[in-house]
Design a protein around this ligand. Structure first.
Ligand code: ASC
Length: 128
């Protein structure tokens, strides 16, 4: 367990930073900003799927106070927040599965679904 809310905030932010790096690189490949490398793409999708399980534990009570963009609304609508986090994890797991195939449409759809999970939660629960 975390000693202080600052530790919980740091923990979840570290995971989100790694998720953003891995997901961003996948997006660069899908958007043609760099060559598509199936092995790298799949490894990054595996990373995102594993990392997606990390942040939730860091959203402890009171950790809307501090160096964070997390809104207090998270703890007011905790059940909805939790279900959005689970949906993100499910989408990320599906993306990791899709990334092991050569079905480009399926990969792109799974990537889009995962990105929507990110944005859907940020729109409601993250400061602008
Ligand atoms: C990213 C990133 C996000 C999401 C979101 C998807 O690469 O840093 O927060 O994708 O923009 O819509």
């Amino acid at each position: 367990n975390f000693e202080e809310t600052a530790d919980a905030i740091e923990y979840r932010q570290a995971a989100f930073g790694l998720i953003a790096y891995n997901f961003g690189d996948m997006g660069a490949m899908l958007k043609g900003k760099k060559p598509f490398d199936a092995a790298v793409f799949s490894a990054r999708a595996d990373n995102v799927a594993a990392l997606s399980k990390i942040p939730h534990e860091g959203f402890i009570a009171g950790s809307d106070k501090g160096d964070t963009e997390a809104l207090a609304k998270i703890w007011q609508d905790k059940a909805d927040f939790d279900s959005k986090m689970t949906a993100f994890q499910d989408n990320a797991a599906a993306l990791a599965v899709a990334a092991k195939t050569t079905d480009e449409n399926n990969i792109k759809q799974a990537f889009t679904n995962t990105g929507k999970s990110c944005k859907g939660c940020h729109d409601v629960y993250k400061k602008d």
